[in-house]
Design a protein around this ligand. Structure first.
Ligand code: TLP
Length: 341
């Protein structure tokens, strides 16, 4: 049975072209630096975000945590959004891997206030940790994008205090589509950027960490330490190359579908869509329903959704969900709420 899976864009399946590229990939031992396909992907990735170098890593979480490990010293403090993936969904890894303390700011729906970030930077005092890094997320997991002006201001703040910026750009190409700019224009305001090949871009596995040559050299050793030195990784890097070549421009279709989905859901009595969080391929809403019943009703109609988190549902559009699927999802939710009324 074919399911319509709107739990995330991580669920996207590799395209036939990706499978073919994987089958034919020229490979070698990448820990020795011998894998031509990985090297090609790393070069392409660095170019796509305007950085000197890039490193292929197994996942987005890995890339973020490796960035923290590479930028900071044990006991440093890292300034990060309370609603970021690093805080919410990385299992506390920054305490375990980099050994850092996190200090949070509260963005408004993903929009950070540069002044708040600046106010959190520590001064020199025997009691205080050193502020070692500022982390941003764009596109933000709340479904929004940070405008370039704010990115620039935060970058300037970082520079003036000598603190690097790491960007969790898991969905940087979604952000670029929403802001109608090239991804390089976003990445220029960060010293390092992580982006995922395995989300909307549909590769089966993998993320990239990009930055200066010396940062990536250091990160390469950190990746080994974390157990992420992969051998004939060209098999999966080959799909990443196809992702960057063919899947970036179509992300805007997912955004359009999300807007149609939001509009449909909005008109249903009992549902409150967060209309100011519709920049990318995600629709967030509140609904007073029995969560388990709603999830299993949708499953019975062939639609996979996640249970609510912090009182919110999140539907995510992706390349395996067609426009007709979107109408079917709306119709299904409509029927469910009619039954409740
Ligand atoms: N996000 C996943 C879940 O972990 C929540 C999703 O379904 O959205 N940064 C951001 C902004 C992310 O959304 C994610 C994944 C990651 C990093 C981590 O990537 P992976 O899953 O490859 O470790």
């Amino acid at each position: 049975m074919r399911y319509i899976d709107i739990r995330s864009d991580t669920v996207t399946l590799p395209t036939p072209k990706m499978r073919e590229a994987m089958f034919n990939a020229e490979v070698g031992d990448d820990v020795y630096g011998d894998d031509p396909t990985v090297r090609k992907l790393e070069k392409m990735a660095a170019e796509r975000v305007g950085k000197e170098a890039a490193l292929f890593v197994p996942s987005g979480t890995f890339g973020n945590e490796l960035a923290l490990l590479t930028h900071t010293l044990r006991g440093d403090e890292v300034i990060v959004d309370a609603n970021s993936h690093i805080i919410l969904h990385e299992a506390g890894a920054s305490a375990v891997i980099a050994g850092v303390q996190l200090r949070t700011f509260r963005s408004k729906n993903g929009h950070p206030d540069p002044r708040e970030i600046e106010s959190l930077i520590r001064s020199e005092n025997i009691h205080f940790p050193r502020t070692g890094l500022i982390c941003l997320e764009n596109a933000h997991g709340m479904g929004t994008v940070i405008d370039l002006e704010s990115m620039k201001k935060i970058h300037e703040i970082g520079k003036s205090h000598n603190i690097p910026i790491h960007l969790d750009g898991a969905r940087i190409f979604n952000a670029a589509c929403a802001l109608r700019v090239d991804a390089r224009e976003i990445a220029q305001y960060a010293d390092s950027v992580m982006f995922c090949l395995s989300k909307g871009l549909s590769a089966p596995i993998g993320s990239m960490l990009a930055g200066t040559k010396s940062f990536i050299e250091k990160a390469r050793k950190g990746r080994k330490l974390m157990g992420g030195g992969m051998r004939q990784a060209g098999i999966i890097a080959a799909a990443g190359i196809v992702a960057l070549e063919e899947m970036v421009d179509r992300l805007c279709e997912d955004h359009e579908n999300a807007k149609i989905l939001a509009k449909g859901l909005e008109s249903i009595k009992g549902i409150e869509v967060f209309k100011d969080r519709l920049d990318i391929n995600m629709v967030f809403f509140k609904a007073k329903v029995d969560g388990d019943d709603f999830v299993s009703y949708m499953m019975n109609r062939g639609i996979k959704i996640n249970p609510e988190e912090d009182g919110e549902y999140r539907f995510v559009t992706n390349k395996d969900v067609t426009r007709d699927d979107i109408y079917y999802v709306i119709e299904s939710v409509e029927k469910y709420f009619q039954k409740l009324a």
